[in-house]
Design a binder for this molecule. Structure first.
Ligand SMILES: Cc1ncc(COP(=O)(O)O)c(C=O)c1O
Length: 393
C-alpha cells in the first residue's frame, strides 16, 4: 500500500486549496425535495430539468424493458449486445432531433469520446470553445489533432484562429457546448455555422443542457435556432433532461455508420441496459406528445430569476434555466451554500477551477418538478442569507 501513499499528500493539497469535494448522499429518488445526509431539502442542484428521473411512466417502461430484455445486454454492441430496444431508441432519438441517424453510447461523456478521436487525428485542427465541457477536452486530447481554444462564444476569435491555423490542416472541426453548464449562456450557433462554411469546417455541438430545454418540445439547440441540416454532428445525453443515463450522437447516416464501425467506446464497452433504454424511450415519447413540462420549466426559471434580480442578486449572463448566483470569492460561495443548507435548501457552490478565480457562485438548476411554493421558499431563503452575508441589502 505504501506505493500509493503519495495520494495522501495529494488529498491534503486538495483540502488546502479548497478543492476537496464533499460528496453528499441522496437517500431515495430525485425530485423537487430530496433527503440529503438525513435532511429533507429543496433540490436546486440536479439536472433533472423535467422531473423525469422519478416519473411513473419512465419507471414503468424501465420495468417492462427488464421483463422483456433482462437487466444487461450481455456483450458489446458489435458482438452480441445490440438488442432491438437499442435500435428502437436510436430511431426515436433521430426522429426527435430531426436528424437522419443516431448511435447510442453509455454516457454523454462517452459520446464525445466516441466522436472526436474517431473523426480527427494527426494533421487535423480542432477549434474548441475555451469553456467546453471536460469530456470534449479529453476527447480532443485523445484525438492527437492540434487543438486551438477560441475565446468563449467569440466568433471573431474563432474566425481569426481559423484564418491562422487552417491553411495546412487536413480537416477542421469546430466544437462547442450548446448551453454552457456553469453560466447558462447559449453558443452563437448560427454565426458559428456561417464561419464554418467560409472555411469548410465541420461543426459539432454538444447539446447536453439544450435537449429537453431549448427548441420545440425540447428538441434542442439546432431546432431553437432553426438550423436543421446545417450542423454536422450533435452529441446528446440521456442523463440530464431525459432523467436517465446514457449518451448519443445524431448526424448523417454515413457518420453514424462509421462510428458503429470505428468508435472505440462503442466497440469495446458494453451498451446501455434495457432499463435505461426503456425509460429513455418513454422520456422522448412524453416530450413528443406535449411541451407542457418544457413550458413549466421555463416559467419556473423566469419566475425564479426575476425574484433573484428584484432582490438585487447578480445572475450573470444566463439565458436558460441554469441560474448562477454570482458571489465572487470561493469562501463567500461556500458559506452561502452552507447557510442555505441549514435553511433546507440544497444548492452547491461552484468555485475555481470549475469556474475562473473570483467568479465563484451558487449554481441553481431549475426544474419543472418545482412548484411555485418551492420557488418562493427558495427566494425567501436566498434573500435572508444574501443579507446576512452582505451580498444584497
Ligand atoms: C456539456 C456536457 N457534455 C457532456 C456531459 C456528460 O454527460 P453524462 O453525464 O451523460 O456523461 C455533461 C455533463 O456534465 C455536459 O454538461
Amino acid at each position: 500500500m505504501a506505493k500509493l501513499d503519495f495520494l495522501a499528500e495529494e488529498m491534503q493539497s486538495l483540502k488546502e486549496q479548497g478543492l476537496f469535494a464533499t460528496i453528499r448522499t441522496i437517500e431515495g429518488s430525485q425530485g423537487a425535495w430530496v433527503t440529503v445526509d438525513g435532511k429533507k431539502v429543496l433540490n436546486l442542484c440536479s439536472n433533472n430539468y423535467l422531473g423525469f428521473a422519478n416519473m411513473a411512466e419512465l419507471k414503468e417502461r424501465a420495468k417492462e424493458a427488464i421483463d422483456r430484455y433482462g437487466v444487461g445486454p450481455g456483450a458489446v454492441r458489435t458482438i452480441a449486445g445490440t438488442q432491438s430496444i437499442h435500435l428502437e431508441l436510436e430511431k426515436k432519438l433521430a426522429e426527435f432531433k430531426e436528424a437522419p441517424a443516431c448511435i447510442l453510447l453509455q454516457a454523454g461523456f462517452t459520446a464525445n469520446v466516441a466522436v472526436i478521436p474517431t473523426i480527427t487525428g494527426e494533421g487535423d485542427v480542432i477549434f474548441s470553445d475555451e469553456l467546453n465541457h471536460a469530456s470534449i477536452i479529453d476527447a480532443c486530447k485523445l484525438s492527437k489533432a492540434r487543438v486551438m481554444r477560441y475565446a468563449h462564444n467569440d466568433v471573431n476569435d474563432l474566425r481569426a484562429k481559423l484564418q491562422d491555423e487552417s491553411k495546412d490542416a487536413r480537416r477542421k472541426l469546430i466544437v462547442t457546448d450548446g448551453v454552457f453548464s456553469m453560466d447558462g449562456d447559449i453558443a452563437p450557433l448560427p454565426e458559428i455555422v456561417k464561419v464554418a462554411r467560409e472555411f469548410d469546417a465541420i461543426v459539432m455541438v454538444d447539446d447536453a443542457h439544450g435537449e429537453g430545454v431549448l427548441g420545440k418540445s425540447g428538441r434542442g439547440i439546432v431546432n431553437h435556432f432553426g438550423l436543421e441540416g446545417q450542423v454536422d454532428i450533435e452529441v446528446g445525453t440521456l442523463s440530464k433532461a431525459f432523467g436517465v443515463m446514457g449518451g448519443y450522437v445524431t448526424g448523417p447516416t454515413l457518420l453514424i455508420d462509421y462510428l458503429k464501425q470505428r468508435a472505440r467506446p462503442f466497440l469495446f464497452s458494453t451498451g446501455l441496459t434495457p432499463a435505461d433504454v426503456g425509460a429513455a424511450l418513454a422520456a422522448v415519447e412524453v416530450l413528443m406528445k406535449s411541451d407542457e413540462l418544457v413550458k413549466k420549466l421555463w416559467d419556473n426559471a423566469a419566475y425564479f430569476k426575476k425574484g433573484l434580480k428584484d432582490a438585487g442578486f447578480d445572475i450573470g449572463k444566463s439565458e436558460t434555466p441554469i441560474t448562477p448566483v454570482m458571489l465572487g470569492e470561493a469562501k463567500v460561495a461556500q458559506d452561502f451554500s452552507r447557510m442555505l443548507f441549514e435553511r433546507d435548501i440544497f444548492a452547491q457552490a461552484i468555485a475555481y477551477p470549475t469556474v475562473p478565480r473570483g467568479k465563484a457562485r451558487i449554481r441553481c438548476m431549475l426544474s419543472a418538478a418545482h412548484s411555485r411554493q418551492d420557488l418562493d421558499f427558495a427566494l425567501e431563503r436566498f434573500v435572508e442569507v444574501g443579507r446576512k452575508l452582505g451580498v444584497v441589502s
